[in-house]
Design a protein around this ligand. Structure first.
Ligand SMILES: Nc1ncnc2c1ncn2[C@@H]1O[C@H](COP(=O)(O)OP(=O)(O)OP(=O)(O)O)[C@@H](O)[C@H]1O
Length: 324
């Protein structure tokens, strides 16, 4: 369905001018290879600046790569970027082009631009607004909506006028749980009923874990892992995640606690540790007995989530354990 071959893009350095600092050159995507199958919900996951948006802009024909190729349904998108709009619907991070329109007109206009006749565009508009719970807001201009509502209206527009590939860059940013569910249900329905393929950029690993068939983890422009969420989790299988929440601060006077500090990821009063099961048992015994217990507010033990994999891979890259 979509084959990405060796996509590479370097943003050139900008020389410092009077008053404005220069920027070094950045290799935003570095020899990226992906194969996305028809009907797959495929995720791109990675930290800020990993190169996700640059990659989707190249895949959607909006940016020319320095080298490499993109083939979607047999079309060479690097050579013929104008063909992309007929094969795919792209929801970018910005909505400025639609901001002046009402929710209803934004959806209808997108349908018309995608070649629907007026009647079909109106029918699809009504169906999508209803599906996403936007009917009550249909007459409001996008610029007068809340951030989450505006994002939902942009998703609605992206869904009008069927395309075999949907490319969604952080579609649920700012949305409440009801809106998020409506989006995922709509995406899933298109895949189930029409075999739509979805390429999804996200930061939200928990969400990713529930909706994605496969995920590529990007770091510094490179794909450092690509597998099903379950497959990725097997990379940290055999480990247990231990979360310790201290009442005020960690009781570092307890030697066993002090010894744990360097392995813990600290976030406020919370320590998160990934440990072998017998180590985890020993930690629980330490913190639930003796003087450490008085300092403990809460603790949880859990099997690894995709978030743990993500953190483990990110950490490995920084320590040079995975070739970045
Ligand atoms: N127009 C540009 N000129 C120069 N450098 C850029 C430009 N756009 C992005 N970059 C740099 O390229 C790298 C990749 O950026 P990109 O926006 O693709 O990352 P991202 O993974 O989408 O990040 P985020 O999750 O924050 O949206 C970053 O280091 C960024 O600073």
């Amino acid at each position: 369905m979509c084959a990405v071959r060796g996509l590479t893009k370097t943003y050139p350095a900008v020389r410092a001018r009077r008053g404005a600092p220069g920027t070094p050159q950045v290799r935003a995507t570095d020899d990226v290879r992906l194969d996305i199958g028809r009907g797959e919900i495929f995720g791109l996951l990675g930290p800020n600046g990993a190169g996700k948006s640059t990659l989707v802009r190249q895949i959607t024909g909006l940016m020319r790569p320095d080298s490499g190729g993109v083939e979607i349904l047999g079309h060479d998108i690097v050579r013929h970027p104008e063909r992309a709009s007929r094969i795919l619907a792209f929801l970018g991070q910005e909505s400025t082009a639609l901001d002046e329109l009402t929710v209803s007109l934004a959806a209808e206009t997108t349908g018309r631009l995608r070649g629907l006749d007026a009647r079909t565009a109106r029918a699809e508009r009504d169906a999508v607004l209803d599906e996403l719970g936007l009917t009550a807001l249909a007459g409001r201009p996008l610029k007068k909506l809340s951030g989450g509502q505006r994002r939902l209206a942009c998703v609605a527009s992206a869904l009008v006028g069927e395309r075999p590939l949907l490319v969604l860059d952080e579609p649920t940013t700012g949305m409440d749980p009801v809106a998020r569910r409506a989006v995922w249900a709509a995406v899933d329905r298109r895949r189930a009923e029409r075999g739509t393929t979805v390429l999804l950029v996200t930061h939200n690993v928990i969400e990713a874990e529930t909706v994605l068939d496969r995920v590529a983890v990007l770091d510094q422009g490179r794909v450092i892992a690509c597998d099903t969420p379950t497959g990725l989790k097997e990379q940290v299988a055999g480990e247990v995640r231990v979360d310790l929440v201290w009442r005020e601060r960690a009781p570092l006077h307890v030697p066993e606690v002090a010894a744990l500090q360097e392995r813990a990821v600290e976030s406020g009063r919370r320590w998160t540790l990934r440990l072998a099961p017998d180590e985890a048992r020993a930690v629980v015994a330490t913190v639930t007995g003796g003087s450490a217990f008085a300092a403990l507010d809460d603790f949880t033990l859990a099997t690894p989530s995709l978030e743990d994999v993500y953190l483990a891979l990110g950490g490995a890259v920084r320590q040079g354990l995975v070739k970045a």
